[in-house]
Design a protein around this ligand. Structure first.
Ligand SMILES: *Cc1c(COP(=O)(O)O)cnc(C)c1O
Length: 230
């Protein structure tokens, strides 16, 4: 696994996708998802130039962050149990899976005075039963309810597309999330600027960028998967 080479390849794909769609490549941030790799590999990724690290488990993510002790921006990308908020709230910089009022309430409870919790609201655009996230029809009402929790700031929306061998098939999911983002953004809500889109993984990030992704979350194609030894 040559992380530097992978990062360069992804950078090239970002550039190409942005020039096809008249976007600035600088607006697309790469989160290296390190949930299947060691501390050592994660450290290598940071040394290779990765600035954003994504973890989906509270305990494992915290242990890794402590072990690595390198400068990076940490993203919590997995589903988060309310009882674990206390452990992670001061350790991660972004939370990608705000999907229920009870979680916002716990963020509010555990936040320090004046602390802002940077969140993405996870939306289940594809409607797959196995996927977490707010139903698109309930998004506006959900975001309105979040106004009651001043620590919570909705920076954007996040989704996961169903896995497919043909990434082109994911396009409606990503364009659907972008339309929802535009709708929320146009309301100019102080607690929900909602300018960002967290979407796109190893197999579908190019399509996600074409549809407006500002944070792509890449594991396998960037740092590999040491759990399956590839
Ligand atoms: C694991 C994971 C990713 C990265 O998946 P890859 O297909 O390995 O790139 C992205 N987002 C979330 C929420 C994940 O859990």
């Amino acid at each position: 696994m040559n992380i530097k080479e992978n990062l360069d390849t992804i950078g090239l794909h970002i550039k190409e996708a942005c020039s096809r769609t008249n976007r600035q490549a600088d607006d697309v941030h790469v989160i290296a998802v390190t949930k299947y790799v060691s501390d050592e590999t994660t450290r290598k990724a940071i040394k290779a130039g990765v600035e954003h690290i994504g973890e989906n488990r509270a305990e494992a993510g915290l242990l890794k962050k402590k072990a690595i002790n390198e400068q990076a921006t940490w993203h919590f990308i997995g589903s988060l149990q309310s009882r674990k908020v206390k452990q992670v709230i001061h350790e991660f910089d972004y939370f990608h899976s705000l999907d229920r009022v009870s979680l916002a309430k716990e963020f509010q409870k555990q936040a320090e005075d004046g602390q802002t919790i940077n969140c993405f609201v996870q939306v289940n655009v594809s409607g797959e039963e196995s996927k977490a996230g707010v139903h698109p029809d309930e998004l506006l009402s959900f975001i309105n309810q979040l106004e009651a929790f001043p620590a919570v700031r909705v920076l954007g929306l996040m989704t996961m597309a169903p896995y497919t061998e043909r990434p082109e098939e994911t396009r409606p999911v990503f364009s659907g999330l972008r339309k929802l983002r535009d709708e929320v953004m146009s309301l100019h809500l102080p607690h929900a600027p909602c300018t960002q889109l967290s979407m796109g993984m190893s197999n579908d990030y190019v399509v996600a960028i074409e549809e407006g992704a500002t944070f792509i979350r890449i594991g396998t194609a960037l740092v590999g998967n040491e759990a399956t030894s590839n």
